[in-house]
Design a protein around this ligand. Structure first.
Ligand SMILES: Nc1nc2c(ncn2[C@@H]2O[C@H](COP(=O)(O)OP(=O)(O)O)[C@@H](O)[C@H]2O)c(=O)[nH]1
Ligand SMILES: [Mg+2]
Length: 395
């Protein structure tokens, strides 16, 4: 503070700090703009009381969102669980008895109509059938048929399969297909998945499949809200992230011819920062606070700013020596690719560690290793054909 002379060191430090704040601020704004236009997906979970609906919600999302063994038996008053931008209607389900199940079906119909009228329709239904109980009644079939008439994709989920025999599950599946026979086109009418809370039995492929199926059934505009809310589906998130990077790289080539900027903040285009914002959303970085020790949008923004400000130009070998004082399309593409791909992989690591119950400091993740990864990917991209490489960019 006392030293007011502008030594080169002071100048450089203040530029880096300005750059960091500027990157963080731009990132924050772009992230918020992006999130504001994300569509909410709505999932309805039905089946008998005690079948394991709430447990299924927790299993498929890979986090505790629903109360197991709880819930008031008032279907029409069901309030959705809000998991980020996902709405999960975890109904209490129907009690045993034909009258009760009939009333439940009517209540569900009322709920669907109301949500449709309110402009917040259900997108997908998870229909739980208790595997050890092994009962799929005519009333179950009629509820599934009602969903079909309303064009709601239904996943039938055999729950608690750890308590049932393999043969029992197979027979139950056949009984369900028989109760919902193929129509004109001869195709199976319903998808059947298996779920279990028993991790030891390695029965969780069914949960990954259900997760995947749900992503596929959701409209493009609402898909991401489910992907972000779920901590499963890592492979899908990785692919989605790669696709986000590819799209941005294609754009970067076209707008790549910019003068070599004086600061790192200017070096980062809004498209690149938007890419990082979209990746952060897909990987749901903002909710990882219990995993990574207090990660919020601001903290991410700070880290993005910190790891890039004062470093970006240095990260990229030869950037300072480019002839003509221009960043050409291929450098811009390589930079975008390296930044996005490194960010995507760091997010994956963060997510995997979280699923294993480990914590990881975000500062550490976005520190030296991140920088090294960006530099390496930049070099690789320029050398080889990388996924996402712009076709015009090949020599
Ligand atoms: N063994 C076993 N028990 C389960 C499983 N899923 C749920 N349960 C148990 O079944 C009971 C009811 O589960 P819950 O998810 O609350 O059912 P819901 O009423 O349909 O929401 C609870 O005691 C759960 O612990 C499972 O896959 N295997
Ligand atoms: Mg429940």
């Amino acid at each position: 503070m006392s030293d007011t002379k502008e030594s080169p060191d002071v100048l450089e430090a203040s530029t880096a700090a300005d750059s960091e704040a500027e990157i963080a601020e731009r990132y924050r704004t772009l992230y918020q703009d992006y999130v504001a236009q994300i569509g909410q997906a709505s999932i309805l979970v039905v089946g008998a009381a005690g079948a394991g609906k709430s447990s299924l919600c927790n299993l498929v999302l890979g986090r505790e969102v629903a109360e197991v063994g709880g819930g008031r038996p008032v279907t029409t008053a069901v309030t959705p669980l809000q998991v980020g931008d996902l709405r999960l209607y975890d109904t209490p389900g129907y009690e045993t008895g034909e009258d009760k199940q009939r009333r439940f079906n009517a209540d569900i119909k009322t709920l669907l109509t109301r949500l449709e009228d309110e402009g917040e329709p259900i997108d997908v239904v998870w229909y739980c059938v208790n595997a050890p109980v092994a009962r799929f009644t005519a009333l179950d079939a009629s509820l599934v048929e009602m969903f079909e008439r309303l064009h709601k994709p239904v996943a039938i989920v055999l729950t608690q399969v750890d308590e049932a025999s393999e043969n029992g599950c197979k027979e139950l599946g056949e009984a369900i297909h028989a109760a919902l026979p193929p129509q004109g086109d001869g195709k199976e009418r319903c998808f059947i998945f298996e779920s279990s809370t028993d991790e030891r039995l390695q029965l969780n492929p069914g949960l990954e499949q259900l997760n995947s199926w749900t992503v596929e059934m959701l409209d493009e505009s609402r898909r991401l809200s489910f992907m972000a809310a779920s901590r499963r589906g890592i492979e899908r998130k990785l692919t989605e992230g790669e696709s986000i990077v590819r799209q941005t790289v294609a754009g970067a080539f076209l707008v790549g011819f910019t003068p070599i900027p004086m600061s790192d903040a200017a070096l980062l285009t809004s498209a690149q920062l938007s890419m990082l914002a979209r990746l952060s959303y897909v990987w749901d970085l903002k909710s990882l606070k219990e995993l990574a020790g207090g990660v919020l949008v601001n903290l991410i923004a700070q880290n993005v700013g910190k790891s890039l400000a004062g470093n970006l130009a240095k990260l990229i070998p030869g950037l300072g020596t480019l002839t003509g004082g221009l960043i050409n399309g291929s450098v811009a593409s390589a930079m975008t690719y390296a930044l996005g791909a490194a960010y995507n992989r760091v997010c994956e690591q963060l997510c995997l560690r979280g699923l294993q119950g480990q914590t990881q400091s975000i500062n550490e993740l976005f520190g030296e290793r991140f920088k090294a990864m960006v530099a390496q990917l930049f070099e690789e991209y320029q050398k080889d054909d990388k996924p996402g490489r712009h076709p015009q960019d090949r020599s």
